[in-house]
Ligand binder design. Structure first.
Ligand SMILES: Nc1ncnc2c1ncn2[C@@H]1O[C@H](COP(=O)(O)OP(=O)(O)OP(=O)(O)O)[C@@H](O)[C@H]1O
Ligand SMILES: [Mg+2]
Length: 109
């Protein structure tokens, strides 16, 4: 079994047992596949039937672009305006929700 398949299998096993998992994908270096990893891992988990929430912390906002959403309330509104995270999470695919970012998030740093 490939290592990424093994990791996914382990996550699915834990999640089915009711354990919430938070996975952070981060790397200071640009262009290393962070967004691509989040899109594909998130979609794979959601397709497996797990309720999955993606939170984009990058002011480039590429996750929103990837799922075709724009102009929604997102992370900035949660951090700065105190908006309810539930109201800012957009259902982008079955079992898959997204709290998006854009350049306004840079102001919240
Ligand atoms: N496993 C892979 N094999 C080949 N190309 C890949 C792979 N993963 C991502 N890429 C490509 O590498 C480029 C950068 O990927 P991505 O945007 O996911 O990186 P990033 O770390 O999120 O970048 P940034 O730091 O700008 O946010 C994209 O063109 C993407 O299609
Ligand atoms: Mg990115």
């Amino acid at each position: 079994m490939r290592s990424d398949e093994a990791i996914l299998a382990q996550l699915l096993s834990l999640s089915w047992r009711g354990i919430v998992r938070i996975i952070a994908v981060m790397n200071q270096k640009g262009g290393t596949g962070k967004t691509t990893t989040v899109v594909n891992l998130g979609f794979a988990l959601a397709q497996s039937g797990l309720q999955t929430l993606l939170v984009d912390l990058d002011a480039q906002g590429n996750l929103g672009v990837s799922f075709g959403i724009e102009g929604e309330r997102g992370l900035y509104h949660i951090l700065v305006d105190g908006s309810d995270p539930n109201a800012c999470a957009v259902n982008v695919r079955s079992h898959l929700h997204l709290i998006s970012s854009n350049e306004t998030v840079a102001c919240a740093d």
